[in-house]
Design a protein around this ligand. Structure first.
Ligand SMILES: Nc1nc2c(ncn2[C@@H]2O[C@H](COP(=O)(O)OP(=O)(O)OP(=O)(O)O)[C@@H](O)[C@H]2O)c(=O)[nH]1
Length: 193
């Protein structure tokens, strides 16, 4: 992993979603592949860093792997203040985890008081195959569209589309925070360059 350069932009990203959908596995595969583990240890919270070059820009990414959420989980302010974007993760084998994406997204917007925030909806565990699938790709795409978010299906186990999920989020954040100067938007929790 290369160190961030002095000119790189900071990007703080939070990975959110129901328990056991693969948030930690995704994060670890992205930070230091191959690191997939079959064993499951519920996360309390873990922060990683990665220097990334994307579309000609250098980013110093801080990635917060959050504890699994349910509808009763209180939304911590640290998951909104200073945060640039989110991976909202569900498992394609769990309808409940899919429904949680909308719940978490609503909490983010409510807390931040914003109409839109850069997000990628990530349908995880595609390696489990069509027999185990409870959420279709079309449903995932439709939810992402409704939330003004991008959409990726991935498998942390097979290391498929893991880098893509983070790259798509970098693209969403680039559109929001460092487009042409005249298009730049202001937001109380936006930390553009
Ligand atoms: N088949 C399959 N299993 C996965 C995949 N990603 C994670 N798992 C498994 O699912 C379980 C939970 O994975 P984690 O990465 O800990 O999930 P998490 O969302 O971080 O869980 P919490 O910490 O409870 O929020 C583990 O047993 C993983 O091995 C995947 O892409 N495919």
């Amino acid at each position: 992993m290369s160190a961030p350069s002095a000119s790189s932009m900071k990007r703080k990203v939070v990975i959110m979603g129901a328990p056991s959908v693969g948030k930690t596995s995704l994060t670890q595969q992205y930070i230091a592949p191959p690191t997939y583990q079959e064993s499951y240890f519920p996360t309390i919270e873990s922060t990683s860093h990665k220097a990334v070059k994307f579309n000609g820009e250098e980013y110093d990414c801080e990635i917060i792997d959050s504890a699994g959420q349910d509808e009763y989980t209180l939304f911590p302010s640290k998951y909104a203040v200073g945060v640039h974007g989110y991976l909202l993760v569900y498992s394609i084998t769990s309808r409940q985890s899919f429904d949680m994406v909308q719940t978490v997204h609503d909490k983010i917007l409510d807390f931040a008081g914003l109409a839109k925030v850069p997000c990628v909806v990530v349908g995880q565990k595609t390696d489990l195959g069509e027999k185990s699938r409870m959420v279709t790709t079309a449903e995932g795409e439709a939810l992402a569209k409704k939330l003004n978010a991008a959409f990726v299906e991935s498998s942390a186990k097979d290391n498929k589309n893991v880098g893509k999920a983070f790259e798509v989020l970098l693209g969403e954040m680039q559109k929001e925070y460092n487009p042409a100067p005249e298009k730049k938007k202001a937001g109380w929790f936006s930390w553009g360059r």
